[in-house]
Design a protein around this ligand. Structure first.
Ligand code: SAM
Length: 258
């Protein structure tokens, strides 16, 4: 089954960043994923190919007009009918939207198709959002110049969660957030860099001990860097014990260093 993304954008060339390199680009090559780019400028007849106009009421900047975006959306829907695709979710990338996170990425990874609309300038005419958008999604409390980078973040993060997309199937299960914790710390060669050593247990070859160390480390990373996550994650008795243990160990080490 192919998961497809239809993106309405005035800057389709930006999406090369997703398809020319990296693990996600291979999934596009292997047809596990499909990306279709639709430029509203291709849906206007006037000689200047205008897709935006001044805001009613005055003020700075321009606003994207409804008609070219709606024509692009209708074309996408006709395309889907021809391909016998089921219903799609229409998402407008917007700083006013629901905050994108792992839970939302997981939810959206179950859709066969997503239609992503990228704004530019001051955004798009509100009447389009009210009439044709299912959900507004934000990538954070800051403003980017257009919806393209936010849309690429969604495509990348959602695609990683689609079975078969990552080289090692399902390796996303070990990533941060998947089970409500941050990932454990990572090390690679050399074993010793100047006087900096890799934790001994990781060189022991004892898989049980390594798994235990990683869980403990992951609990501590979360406790230190994102304690808010622990409020939403009920710890097992074993996890609580490991967390208490590592907190004590760290306190002891820091006292020793002083
Ligand atoms: N005037 C708008 C406001 O203050 O809410 C910002 C417009 S912004 C310069 C242009 C486009 O970038 C928006 O229409 C939206 O598509 C996209 N955008 C900007 N920040 C975003 C964010 N945090 N998340 C998702 N999309 C964003």
């Amino acid at each position: 089954m192919t998961t497809s993304f239809d993106v309405i954008t005035l800057m389709p060339q930006m999406f090369n960043a997703l398809t020319i390199d990296g693990v996600i680009s291979r999934a596009f090559e292997n047809k596990l994923l499909e990306l279709n780019l639709w430029n509203p400028r291709d849906f206007v007849d006037d000689i200047h190919q205008s897709v935006d106009d001044r805001p009613f009421g005055g003020g700075p900047g321009m606003v994207m007009m409804i008609d070219p975006i709606l024509k692009a959306l209708n074309k996408i829907k006709i395309n889907h009918q021809d391909k016998d695709l089921g219903s799609s979710k229409v998402i407008y990338l917007s700083p006013k939207g629901n905050r994108f996170d792992h839970k939302k990425a997981l939810e959206l990874s179950n859709q066969d198709n997503l239609i992503l609309i990228c704004g530019r300038y001051e955004g798009i005419d509100q009447r389009f959002i009210d009439g044709w958008v299912d959900e507004e999604i934000s990538v954070g409390d800051y403003v980017t110049s257009g919806g393209e980078l936010p849309a690429m973040i969604l495509v990348d993060a959602i695609s990683r969660l689609i079975p078969g997309v990552l080289n090692k199937n399902d390796s996303y299960i070990q990533d941060s957030f998947y089970d409500g914790l941050l990932d454990h710390t990572q090390y690679t060669r050399s074993e010793e860099f100047k006087d900096l050593k890799v934790p001994d247990v990781l060189l022991s070859g004892d898989h049980k001990k390594i798994a235990m160390w990683r869980l403990k480390n992951s609990l501590y990373e979360t406790f230190k860097k994102r304690p808010d996550l622990l409020k939403d994650r009920e710890l097992t008795t074993e996890e609580s014990r490991l967390l208490q243990e590592v907190i004590r160990e760290q306190e002891h080490d820091s006292k020793k260093r002083k």
